[in-house]
Design a protein around this ligand. Structure first.
Ligand code: G3I
Length: 375
């Protein structure tokens, strides 16, 4: 008798905590509501976070992106075997709460299983075989999600920092694109044509990072313009917007260029082509770009202090002011995660905790959140 009663008590306690969290959040002004006149407010979710962060999502967001669960390796890890269950459950949640959905990402050089590029004997496949595999993947996935995904990142990260196309020859292995190595540049156009054929209603995006860098801006603009001139079906461009702290005064420093003005230039350039713009993966790391950190200089919740969090709030504020100024060109702004207890930035560099989002480790609004509500 004692055990089931104990269990009941735990369940009651958990539901009480969940309701308390919901109540606390329902007292906050809603981000999505405040930004309704401007653009959709999105968050990237993973297979757990849409449950663990439900109260925040429902209160503050009206658009969702699956962080990893719709990538090639999740959809088709083994050739011909498609696994949709996890993503389906996430989209059920989005539908239940009337949220828009961004599908991320169909063709990318990362998180794509090796079988895609080789035959049974391990030999690199030819052009015809890779196009057939690309078509089968795009068609199966988009047909399955037809009517449930509003925007698709069809091609992700095809450009390098110097403005050249990402090839199969990049120095670092994880930077190489086998898509390009086998199909050359027109893998991009082919992917968009296949996507449009699979779901003519879906809005199709090209997505990339570091759009503040002049060389990237020019190259992405030229790529998009070329696609449009060839009549390739493309509707928009996604700017990822992974930001760091800026301290550098030196224009050659990577961090120098991450300013609202530089990103605004990219937004205006791309939009001048008649494309929709979405900010697709925003976060603001508390670390400076280009600076080396060692474990003794990593921030912890205890050592973080108000300095970086205030600077972060200022950065969010300045970028969002620019987004609002350009809201006639921007249809959604998505943060890459929800709260600081679940961010790719803390997962990547083992041991280096980051605090890049609008809600803290306990899901409470941070100064950046309040800054975004002041306008
Ligand atoms: O799922 C496995 C898990 O089973 C295993 O135990 C664990 C051990 O490392 O790894 C888990 O997979 C990790 C996965 O994230 C889920 O956490 C992968 O190793 C890790 O590589 C993967 O990282 C993702 C990264 O893309 C991969 O390129 C990040 O979560 C995800 O946020 C990040 O997202 C990208 C966008 O798609 C494109 N733009 C840049 C952005 C940030 O890098």
């Amino acid at each position: 008798m004692c055990k089931p009663l104990g269990l009941v008590a735990v369940i009651v306690l958990i539901s009480a905590c969940a309701s308390l969290e919901k109540m606390q959040h329902s007292e906050q002004p809603s981000l999505a509501q405040a930004y309704l006149p401007h653009f959709l407010m999105g968050a990237a979710i993973d297979e757990d976070s849409y449950k663990t962060h439900e109260a925040l999502l429902v209160r503050h967001y009206n658009s969702l992106t699956t962080e990893n669960e719709m990538k090639f390796e999740h959809m088709q890890e083994v050739e011909g075997v498609f696994t949709f269950d996890t993503a389906d459950a996430m989209l059920d949640f989005a539908e239940q709460h009337h949220m828009a959905v961004r599908g991320h990402a169909l063709v990318w050089h990362r998180q794509t299983p090796n079988w895609v590029f080789v035959d049974d004997s391990g030999k690199v496949v030819d052009r015809a075989m890779l196009l057939q595999r690309m078509q089968s993947h795009i068609t199966e996935v988009m047909t399955h999600f037809k009517g449930r995904v509003d925007y698709w990142d069809v091609v992700n990260e095809a450009i390098m920092d110097d403005g050249t196309l990402r090839t199969g020859e990049e120095e670092a292995e994880d930077q190489r694109s086998q898509w390009y190595a086998i199909l050359q540049e027109d893998y991009i156009a082919e992917a968009f044509r296949m996507a449009h054929a699979a779901d003519p209603e879906a809005k199709l995006y090209y997505n990339d990072y570091y759009n503040h860098l002049p060389a990237r801006q020019d190259a992405i603009y030229a790529l998009l313009k070329g696609l449009l001139e060839k009549g390739v079906p493309i509707h928009g461009v996604g700017l990822q917007c992974h930001l760091r702290m800026v301290q550098a005064q030196d224009p050659s420093h990577e961090a120098y260029y991450q300013s609202p003005e530089n990103l605004e230039k990219a937004i205006k350039m791309y939009a001048s082509l008649g494309l929709d713009v979405q900010i697709t993966e925003m976060d603001v790391s508390v670390y400076e770009a280009g600076k080396t950190y060692t474990p003794d200089t990593f921030y912890t919740p205890e050592t973080l202090g108000p300095g970086p969090i205030e600077l972060q709030s200022k950065r969010y504020g300045e970028f969002f002011a620019m987004f609002r100024r350009n809201s006639h060109l921007i249809s959604s702004v998505t943060t890459w995660g929800i709260a600081d207890d679940n961010t790719w930035l803390s997962e990547f560099d083992s041991g280096r905790q980051d605090f890049p989002l609008l809600f803290d480790l306990e899901h409470k609004p941070k100064p950046a959140f309040y800054r975004l509500m002041e306008f």
